[in-house]
Design a protein around this ligand. Structure first.
Ligand SMILES: *Cc1c(COP(=O)(O)O)cnc(C)c1O
Length: 239
């Protein structure tokens, strides 16, 4: 996995091919591929974009707000990192082509995003997903599975500039069997759909990373977030 123009295009191609094969085998619609570019040099994003990639995922508000204006405007940015409420405004106003915030983990975060959208004069709804902590690990973010219906109702009732489009989970890092975490996310989706009175397939399942996207696709993922397999190992975070 070399971090060169050719390397990125080749890796991307390999991941796309694999996703295509897996979803064909499972008889499901191909999930979206979000290329996770956090901490990677801008040039690699430019290279992936030149190779046809439109969706990119980022974890840090400061980093994304710094790099987004200098990168192609047709990129659809997915924010997938821990979002503190006091950073919502910076994120929304600093990234006009912010497509989805996948990491809404509380009603408070949703309200902060709503307020930020009003403040930024956004007329188009901002798509959001509820991040669920499916592994119970203290170190990861996400809401308790029991809380997802309340957060979903809050978004529907009190956040007119937000549109709930799905649920997201990380699972458990390094666990060779991520299946239980994917199942918890699916159960959350079923409960949210029922409580909102909408069809389950109106809500996406964002699950699957470099190490487990094959299993996530088999479990019904509609959006996979792949970093390392496309861009290579990440440089360390300097903070
Ligand atoms: C970093 C990150 C990814 C990508 O992980 P890889 O293992 O590099 O594919 C996906 N999702 C989230 C939430 C992340 O923080």
């Amino acid at each position: 996995m070399v971090e060169t123009v050719e390397g990125v295009a080749k890796n991307l191609e390999a991941v796309r091919t694999r996703i295509g094969e897996l979803s064909a085998k499972c008889g499901i619609k191909e999930p979206r591929l979000v290329a996770v570019s956090k901490l990677q040099p801008d040039q690699l994003i430019v290279d992936a974009h030149a190779a046809g990639q439109k969706c990119f995922g980022e974890n840090y508000v400061k980093e994304l707000v710094g790099k987004a204006p200098g990168l192609p405007a047709d990129i659809e940015w997915h924010f997938i990192g821990m979002l503190q409420s006091n950073k919502a405004k910076t994120l929304v106003s600093g990234v006009p082509n912010l497509a989805v915030v996948e990491s809404v983990h509380s009603a408070k975060t949703a309200s902060a995003l709503e307020k930020a959208c009003v403040g930024a004069g956004r007329t188009q709804k901002l798509k959001v997903m509820i991040q669920v902590l499916t592994s119970g690990e203290e170190s990861k973010s996400g809401c308790d599975p029991e809380e997802c219906t309340v957060i979903a109702q809050h978004i529907k009732d009190d956040c007119p500039l937000l549109e709930l489009v799905g649920l997201m989970t990380i699972g458990k890092f390094g666990d060779p069997n991520p299946e239980p975490y994917f199942q918890v996310l699916k159960q959350c989706r079923a409960r949210v759909a029922q409580s909102l009175g909408i069809a389950e397939d109106a809500l996406e399942l964002s699950m699957g990373m470099s190490g487990d996207y094959d299993k996530a696709i088999a479990a019904g993922s509609t959006s996979v977030r792949v970093g390392t397999s496309i861009f290579g190992l990440r440089p360390p975070k300097s903070s």
